[in-house]
Design a protein around this ligand. Structure first.
Ligand code: SAM
Length: 299
């Protein structure tokens, strides 16, 4: 039965109208089984067991994260801002905010550091409930950490209530459609900046450098209108299909070409056994884009 099922394995294709995606290409994954399907107030939530990526989470048929390669995305979106902050302020951040991040992957990465408190603002509790049940290897118990303060509400309204409070804000959001549609506006980024401390820094899930390059350029431009320093980092995230993916960093302080090993060494050494992608070398190298992309994003 199993052999027969495998050979007849079905293919799952990503939603072809992903916001700002003009690729004319679709990514397909061969699936073993659909494990969950449900509709929340905000989106269609599904979990599939796939041959290549293990279990994956999809929201409105857009691939969000997978057991196989979630570490690349979550290590980069969290450790880039934290190590820039450490490099600049010679100390770890104390208060970190994650907006989105329902699968718990970013929360787990941030909590690897000796950080006092992490807030996570996820609009859709069902995403977290489903992720903990079907994709526990992504959050690895992070939701139970006593430093985690997980709130299920709209990040857009939450951010307006905060002033000069967070050292780091991580925008680990779905694509700008659905509940995240207003969370790439300049107004939102101004509210994010207002909620940051003076030496604060943010990281943004800013889309694919291949099939969402217009989105990458738009987010970069809007962040540039709000923050003095903005830098695009890139990483290969196989689940997100063609080309590399972008994580955009914006700060009130100058983002150096290289973080200084002497300053980050102690924190890196303690985290190193738990990291599979981020390293000081990757941090520095991933901030360099090839000339064609520098031109395309008008950096
Ligand atoms: N890692 C994924 C990626 O790279 O695209 C995204 C992580 S997570 C699944 C994205 C989360 O953002 C979802 O759980 C979604 O519910 C949440 N989200 C979307 N809009 C939101 C809003 N306005 N406030 C808070 N969370 C929001």
């Amino acid at each position: 039965m199993r052999r027969e099922f495998l050979f007849k394995g079905k293919w799952l294709f990503e939603n072809s109208n992903i916001p700002y995606s003009s690729s004319g290409a679709e990514c397909g994954l061969r699936i073993k089984k659909k494990l969950f399907s449900g509709k929340s107030l905000y989106q269609q939530i599904e979990v599939y067991d796939t041959i290549k990526f293990g279990r994956i989470l999809t929201l409105d048929k857009i691939f969000q994260t997978s057991e196989e390669d979630e570490f690349i995305y979550h290590e980069m979106i969290c450790h880039l801002p934290i190590f820039y902050f450490l490099n600049e302020n010679k100390k770890l951040p104390e208060k970190v905010l994650i907006i989105g991040g329902g699968d718990g992957g970013a929360l787990e990465e941030v909590l690897k550091h000796r950080i006092k408190k992490v807030w996570m603002l996820e609009i859709d509790k069902m995403v977290s409930d489903v992720s903990v049940k079907y994709l526990p290897s992504i959050s690895r118990g992070a939701f139970k950490d006593k430093r985690a303060n997980v709130l299920f509400e709209d990040g857009k309204s939450f951010i307006e209530k905060n002033n000069n409070f967070f050292d780091i804000i991580i925008l680990d959001l779905s694509d700008p459609g659905g509940p995240a549609k207003d969370l790439i506006s300049e107004k939102f980024y101004r509210n994010v900046k207002k909620a940051l401390t003076k030496k604060g820094i943010i990281s943004v899930q800013s889309g694919s450098l291949d099939c969402q390059i217009d989105l990458v350029a738009l987010i970069f431009k809007r962040l540039k209108n709000v923050f003095p320093f903005v830098k695009i980092h890139h990483a290969p995230i196989p689940l997100y299909g063609l080309g590399e993916f972008s994580l955009t960093i914006a700060a009130n302080f100058n983002l150096p070409k290289k973080i200084r090993e002497a300053i980050v060494k102690k924190s890196y050494t303690s985290l190193k056994p738990t990291l599979r992608y981020w390293s000081p070398e990757i941090h520095n190298a991933s901030g360099i884009l090839p000339p064609y992309l520098v031109k395309r994003v008008a950096i």
